[in-house]
Design a binder for this molecule. Structure first.
Ligand code: NAD
Length: 351
């Protein structure tokens, strides 16, 4: 029952239509010449933010997946040229990631307006890809000071991406429940987040325009982001990092595929976490991995590594890489255990 908990202070504004609050929030932060960061595909959205904030804001629409150093150099040049005094980022965690790189390099603070469920806006974790290798770290300076969650902005997120991104969020809450440094507050948030996501994601899959379901999913992913930013993760995140980094499998989809199998791996070793998930999913504890598998399938997200293009012959190498550096997990992480887990995930059989 012993624990240490340090919450990062972030001001959160939540609700449909709240993007309009960006001007007053920028003012509260004291930004006079912010840079508005987006991907090229979200430039129109960034222009809407610029119209709200005023002409003193400049636009940088060069955010690229996995934050390569080229994009960091380009945004830093922009910041220096326009003498930006803060960042406003709008988009998925790719865009939030670039704003974090700016904070890391310059100390500028940021305001984030997320449009996916990945949750980076609530964490002090940064990642930059140097010569093809993603380097990550934790630094409280990179965590956005203010986050505006506006579910209306998520209405355009396609059903397929919504499902995978939502399960990506759920995975943060799941692993927070059996984290080495778990605590009662984060466990409560995590259970509530799993319940919100499990309830809302199937409704979004049926009708991506369902604003109530979108609101519930965004609340679930906000809580999942807090969990990710506050306690450590375990085997699921480690394996997803290996599969994404060394085998180039897509981030959110690989999280979706792996979640039921990683939970099955820990089934007998994290009884309290299984009970919490069982309550959130309305099943009994032994059925949790199967229920997660059914949920992923219902969302139309991929359910096997084979479907993501992974070669069966690469599974042993993935297991080796995953074992190279030890990390906490409720059940000991062994080569045979991981290979069995990966093989089940490759075939997609119901755990
Ligand atoms: P993303 O930002 O690349 O978005 C995924 C896709 O959705 C993109 O094609 C994007 O253009 C599209 N999209 C985003 N919002 C949309 C909207 N509202 N409507 C239509 N399309 C939209 O990726 P992501 O899934 O948000 O995040 C994944 C990345 O974030 C990975 O690189 C991962 O490593 C990182 N991440 C970091 C943390 C952290 O704490 N540092 C946490 C989670 C994820």
């Amino acid at each position: 029952m012993n624990f240490t908990l340090e919450l990062q202070p972030t001001r959160v504004i939540f609700g449909a239509g709240q993007m309009a609050a960006v001007a007053s929030e920028v003012y509260l932060l004291g930004f006079t010449k912010p840079v508005i960061i987006s991907t090229p595909g979200h430039r129109v959205l960034a222009e809407r933010v610029q119209a709200l904030v005023g002409t003193s804001a400049s636009l940088f629409s060069g955010a690229v997946m996995h934050v390569p150093t080229d994009s960091v150099a380009a945004v830093l040049q922009h910041v220096s040229r326009y003498q930006s005094d803060g960042c406003v980022c709008i988009g998925g965690s790719t865009t939030v990631g670039l704003a974090k790189a700016v904070s890391l390099e310059t100390g500028l603070r940021s305001l984030a307006i997320p449009t996916t469920y990945a949750g980076s806006e609530m964490t002090p974790i940064w990642g930059i890809t140097r010569e093809g290798i993603k380097v990550t770290g934790r630094d409280p300076r990179v965590q956005p000071r203010t986050v505006i969650y506006d579910p209306e902005l998520t209405l355009s997120l396609p059903a397929g991406i919504s499902g995978a991104s939502g399960i990506n969020a759920m995975a943060h809450s799941v692993e927070a429940l059996y984290a080495e440094n778990r605590n009662p507050l984060i466990s409560l948030l995590s259970e509530s987040s799993i319940a919100a996501l499990a309830d809302s994601l199937p409704r979004i899959a049926q009708n991506p325009g369902d604003l109530l379901a979108r609101t519930q999913a965004l609340q679930g992913s906000w809580l999942a982001g807090i969990a990710l930013g506050t306690v450590g993760m375990a085997i699921h995140h480690k394996l997803c990092h290996v599969l994404g980094g060394s085998f180039s499998l897509p981030h959110a989809e690989v999280h979706s595929v792996m979640l039921p199998y990683c939970v099955a791996y820990n089934r007998e070793h994290a009884p309290e976490a299984m009970q919490a998930m069982a309550r959130a999913l309305h099943v009994d504890a032994p059925s949790v991995p199967g229920a997660l598998h059914d949920l992923v399938a219902r969302l139309g997200a991929p359910t096997s590594l084979r479907a993501l293009g992974m070669q069966r012959g690469d599974l042993a190498r993935a297991a080796e890489i995953a074992l190279a550096r030890p990390y906490y997990n409720p059940r000991a992480v062994t080569f045979d255990g991981v290979l069995e887990l990966l093989t089940a995930a490759w075939t997609g059989s119901r755990p």
